[in-house]
Design a protein around this ligand. Structure first.
Ligand code: ANZ
Ligand code: ZN
Length: 834
């Protein structure tokens, strides 16, 4: 091999630092070489045996990488290297999801333009990532904030717009008063706060853009059965989509022409209805409120306006409401029940109206207790007729009671019968509801891709012609602070245009797209980054997608991971993709805490990877992160053990240094192996291979340590077979490569091997070498069989003896007596005489 750079002879480096391992020189040497030789660049025209290993795009919300990035990226790269050595053509790209709130908030806080801060962070992070030594193909990187990329995000928007899948609607939306923007439901946490800033999210009526993700609710559910994802994430998506089968039941309003349509999953409880509830935003509210109640009702509506749906849905909230003054008629028994207005009923779910059954629904139970409304028991657990004292709702199915002709029916079947009865009278029908809402995508913020729409007083919203894309986000502006409307709205040179259809004076849409739109399709762009005239190339996409393995955090379960699936299904439905699930296999890294708490800047418990990089180097940090715990389970961060890993690296370094010269002329061979070392060698290969396939990284490192110790002890053997020793060392380095790429490469070279260890074939193992070398030795005490010892072939009597004495039955039979004599037949029997 010929290198362009003068590289210091390896022996010199070793001589200089005898027991320490000079990681700094070695790691920078290899990074430089990989960069110069473009080692990790992959020609995408050849997709034979491809594997697309994707790590979630980097979100540069701060200046630099934090330990969380390392925790995911390091092991993912180890997996990719392993697969590369197994003979796959690996596409492992990296990019930057550089638009978005956190990056923008960071810029605002520092009084610097977000374009400046973001580009600087991207630069710094890219440098850090290069030091990590991952096999990213930097020729294929993406930055979602560049016009070359967002041009195609805007193109995607236009496809959706032209097919009616992107639409504008005035509706109540989540509003974060601190971030001054609309948020999607997916961005509001379970307690009703903003996922970015913890502020309580409010509701505002606004004209917003939505993507019709609900059109794909059933496909999104069904697709989950075909993909290899963690069950917990699938079930969170199922829950988020929330398919619910039930019935619509109509209640006429007493004294009025109108009727209220309720949605219920329990038509079997219809006889137990004691009141009806409308959501405060329900359109009938103003019609039915009686004059006496109007003021109180208006006050209540105003107050509930401020609360987000997610806050209103929380179960342990105090349930409040007001009486409307009006009454409704239960279709099944013509009973008159009061109509209430309460915000525990959401306008956006079902029909926005509920038939309340306090005895059998917990929310209704609490509400009725607060307002002294009657409760009526209609479902018995069994046939017994006793009505119990209730202190909570009885919500299970059972037997219908107090329900006229339906009495005694099993309540599941009874519910169907009730619906059928209603259907015959035109007062009810089966109905399916979803919890999933259309995806709100417009943001009143500066740092995002502009929405490519022009509003014309004549023609309405008009698509920007595709040939005019991208609509450039103006960067030479001073005031990018959020003020409730998009800062772009104040820039006349941006907004004032003529309508592409009629030529009249018109205005650009001033909102920008949520960053989740940017990341909903980025995995399609990587294999096609070299095509600037289209978002993705058909051939490339066919050859390289879908993604084979996707690695990223579980917190994206009901956000990015649903959006990306939706966009894929949408494009598939339009014939633009030949697959309908983007990520075949999904792996989540576990959450790593620090002193038991989630790492965050505000808690001041962040771990800075650079410190460790400086002290120990990239391989060491990567090894340590993997060794520390289970990749998918996560755990608590501690740096206590990192020195141990460092010591391990030094030991490997010394072993190779000691043997490189003496083995210089020896040919590596396993034709006459030492059985015990050969057993460990093959066992290591078998276990490491299986574990890596399983995204297990800690156990393989233990195997490597064992393997090292076995080589080391064999190397002290007087009758050692040098060819086999060399074979074992080279095998060790091959197995080490995915875990410590810089060190393995250096040692491979020191051993005088040709080429890169990275280009070696992953090793296969010989099951026989593992089995054969293990023997079962019978242990006899006083001529009686007392147990067995499993041991490597050729084991000494001492070792068998000490293992035998650990067997409870053996020690029982010896019973504290002195062992007078022992007869050992090599690898067969140990006979003890007491
Ligand atoms: C009467 C009833 C009786 C109910 C009973 C439950 C138990 P899922 O499963 O989530 O679909 N509901 C309907 N629309 C609602 C809305 N807009 N806001 C709040 N709650 C609403 O839940 C369906 C149940 O949630 C419906 O069935 C309704 O209460 C309530 F023993 O109707 B049920
Ligand atoms: Zn916020």
């Amino acid at each position: 091999m010929c290198y362009l750079l003068p590289i210091p002879p390896n022996y010199l480096i070793i001589e200089r630092i005898m027991d320490g391992y000079p990681f700094k020189e070695i790691e920078s040497k290899w990074i430089q070489r990989w960069t110069e030789e473009n080692t990790y660049s992959i020609n995408l025209d050849d997709s034979s045996n491809k594997k697309y290993v994707l790590i979630m795009i980097c979100y540069p919300s701060e200046k630099k990488l934090h330990i969380g990035h390392w925790l995911a990226y390091g092991p993912a790269d180890t997996y990719a290297r392993f697969k590369k050595m197994q003979g796959y053509r690996i596409l492992e790209p990296m990019g930057f999801d550089a638009f978005g709130l956190p990056a923008e908030n960071y810029a605002i806080k520092n009084g610097v333009h977000p374009a400046t801060t973001t580009r600087n962070s991207v630069k710094t992070i890219r440098k850090q990532l290069k030091k990590m030594g991952a096999m990213y193909d930097w020729d294929k990187q993406i930055d979602t904030s560049t016009p070359e990329y967002y041009k195609w995000t805007q193109w995607l928007f236009l496809q959706l717009f032209k097919t009616g899948a992107a639409y504008q609607k005035r509706s109540p939306v989540n509003w974060c008063p601190n971030c001054m923007t609309v948020l999607a439901n997916e961005q509001v946490l379970g307690d009703g706060t903003c996922e970015r800033c913890d502020t309580m999210v409010e509701t505002r009526d606004m004209n917003q853009w939505f993507f019709r993700i609900t059109d794909f609710a059933d496909e999104l559910l069904e697709g989950l059965d075909q993909i290899d994802w963690p069950e917990s994430t699938k079930s969170r998506q199922r829950h988020w989509i929330g398919r619910s089968e039930g019935s619509e039941i109509e209640f006429l309003i007493d004294d009025r022409e109108d009727k209220i349509v309720t949605f219920t999953t329990r038509p079997d409880t219809l006889y137990g209805v004691t009141y009806v509830v409308l959501a405060p935003e329900h359109k009938l509210v103003t019609n039915i409120v009686t004059d006496g109640q109007r003021e109180e009702v208006n006050e209540y509506i105003k107050a509930s306006r401020l609360k987000s749906d997610i806050e209103r849905m929380t179960l342990d909230r105090e349930k409040t409401g007001v009486f409307s003054g009006a009454y409704a008629i239960n279709p099944v028994n013509n009973r008159r029940v009061p109509i209430w207005i309460a915000d525990y009923v959401l306008a956006t779910y079902g029909t926005g109206a509920v038939m309340a059954v306090p005895s059998h629904d917990q929310r209704d139970y609490e509400f009725s207790s607060n307002y002294k409304l009657p409760q009526k028991w209609v479902i018995n657990p069994s046939k017994s007729d006793e009505i119990p004292e209730q202190d909570s709702a009885y919500t299970a199915y059972g037997v219908m009671t107090n329900s006229d002709n339906f009495d005694g029916m099993d309540s599941k079947a009874g519910g169907k019968a009730v619906t059928k009865w209603l259907e015959e009278r035109g007062a009810g029908r089966l109905s399916i509801n979803y919890r999933l809402r259309d995806w709100s995508i417009s943001r009143q913020r500066y740092w995002g891709g502009p929405i490519p729409i022009i509003h014309c007083p004549n023609c309405g919203p008009v698509a920007v012609p595709e040939e005019d894309l991208p609509v450039i986000l103006p960067e030479d502006i001073e005031n990018f602070k959020p003020e409730g409307t998009s800062p772009l709205g104040a820039i006349q040179s941006f907004t004032d245009v003529s309508c592409p259809e009629c030529g009249k004076v018109a205005k650009r849409d001033a909102d920008t797209m949520d960053t989740f739109v940017d990341s909903s399709w980025y995995f399609l762009k990587y294999p096609s980054v070299d095509f600037s005239d289209k978002p993705f190339d058909d051939e490339r996409t066919k050859n390289w997608l879908p993604v084979d393995v996707y690695v990223g955090g579980p917190e994206h379960a009901t956000g990015h991971l649903i959006y990306a699936r939706y966009i894929t299904k949408y494009l598939h439905s339009k014939g633009m993709l030949n697959f309908n699930e983007p990520f075949q296999k999904m792996v989540h890294q576990g959450i790593v805490t620090h002193n038991g708490q989630r790492m965050s800047k505000s808690k001041g418990n962040m771990v800075d990877p650079d410190e460790f990089m400086d002290l120990y180097g990239s391989d060491c940090l990567r090894l340590y992160i993997m060794f520390m715990g289970d990749f998918t389970a996560g755990g608590d961060w501690s740096d206590k053990g990192i020195v141990g890993i460092r010591r391990f690296q030094s030991k490997i370094w010394r072993l190779v240094h000691t043997w490189a010269k003496p083995l210089d002329d020896v040919k590596a061979s396993n034709s006459s192996p030492d059985p015990e070392l050969n057993r460990i060698l093959n066992h290591s290969i078998r276990e490491i291979t299986a574990d890596l396939d399983d995204f297990q990284f800690n156990t393989p490192i233990s195997r490597l340590m064992e393997f090292y110790a076995a080589i080391n002890s064999y190397s002290t053997n007087k009758a050692l077979n040098k060819s086999f020793l060399k074979y074992a060392i080279n095998s060790f380095l091959t197995l080490l490569e995915p875990f410590a790429p810089h060190q393995a490469e250096e040692l491979w070279e020191i051993m005088g091997n040709d080429g890169y260890v990275f280009d070696q074939k992953w090793l296969s193992f010989d099951e026989k070498a593992i089995e054969q070398a293990t023997v079962t030795i019978a242990v006899q005490v006083k001529g009686k069989l007392a147990g067995q010892v499993q041991s490597p072939k050729g084991v000494s009597e001492d070792v068998v003896m000490s293992k035998a004495l650990e067997i409870p039955k053996v020690s029982r039979l010896i019973d504290g007596k002195e062992i007078r004599k022992s007869i050992y037949i090599q690898d067969k029997i140990l006979n003890l005489v007491v």
